[in-house]
Design a protein around this ligand. Structure first.
Ligand SMILES: C[S@@+](CC[C@H](N)C(=O)[O-])C[C@H]1O[C@@H](n2cnc3c(N)ncnc32)[C@H](O)[C@@H]1O
Length: 249
């Protein structure tokens, strides 16, 4: 798996990607690679941002298909979709086309929040949204779970310290029905070490030829994990790290 850090090293200076077909088709601004050092703010969690980089639509659809086949514990119509680290909102816009109960994007960086909101206005003006959708400026680790079943989506947004805070905060809310899609799961060991977490899948998601041609950064080997937060067991938490499976079928 190629980390974003290694990517910047291999690319030297981050480069502007070509206009993605998604943005050409919808008049949105979701493209580009913004390195972590350009996303620092006075907020302490900003020190752990990985980068801004948007999800390929074909891979997003692949992750949703895996989730639907998992299968979810409740119908999609009862789930709130939450993109933790929604950036400019590409994955959020794609989620809003699905019949979720609602779709929320959470983003720390104010400039990205403003762009995501502009993109969402354009999307809604074109009537592409099928569910109530919004963008929240907040630290993902402080997420207050919405009522009802929830699907969290993370495209490797932050490093371990924020992931750890997020997991602890989720635990304090005793989620009743929580699934997690984690793309490029570099902090997977933390999730998999939680007694409540069950691995649903570990897959490499293919990209459409159109996405592959437009995406100078994504690696064909990038993994996607699916997790289900299960009821807390009676036993105390296991502390030994488990090995991370590469594939499940
Ligand atoms: C790799 S981008 C993912 C973009 C989007 N989710 C998508 O799939 O198209 C990660 C995003 O997470 C945001 N982020 C990082 N740490 C965050 C935090 N603690 N709270 C909210 N957003 C955060 C970054 O600013 C960046 O926009």
């Amino acid at each position: 798996m190629r980390t974003l850090k290694r990517l910047f090293q291999s690319f030297g200076r981050p480069r502007q990607s070509r206009l993605h077909p998604f943005d050409r088709a919808h008049g949105t601004d979701t493209g580009g690679l913004i390195p972590a050092d350009r996303l620092r703010t006075p907020h302490p969690s900003s020190a752990h941002i990985t980068a801004y980089y948007p999800m390929s639509p074909s891979r997003f659809q692949g992750a949703i298909d895996l989730w639907l086949r998992s299968p979810p514990t409740h119908p999609i119509e009862q789930h709130t979709f939450v993109d933790l680290g929604c950036g400019k909102g590409r994955a959020l816009l794609l989620a809003s086309e699905l019949p979720f109960r609602q779709a929320l994007g959470v983003e720390l960086h104010p400039r990205l929040v403003a762009i995501a909101r502009r993109n969402l206005c354009r999307w809604q003006a074109a009537h592409r949204d099928r569910c109530p959708t919004g963008v929240l400026q907040a630290d993902a680790a402080d997420l207050r779970l919405p009522p009802g079943p929830c699907l969290l989506y993370l495209f490797h947004p932050f490093a371990e310290p924020v992931t750890r805070r997020l997991i602890n905060h989720l635990r304090s809310q005793q989620p009743a029905s929580l699934d997690i899609i984690y793309f490029n799961p570099e902090a997977a060991a933390l999730w998999l070490n939680q007694p409540e977490i069950r691995l649903l899948w570990s897959e490499v998601l293919p990209m459409s030829p159109e996405d592959a041609a437009a995406d100078p950064v994504a690696n064909p080997d990038d993994l996607c994990h699916g997790y289900r937060w299960t009821r807390p067991p009676n036993e105390p938490a296991e502390v030994q790290p488990r090995s991370i499976p590469q594939h499940s079928h």
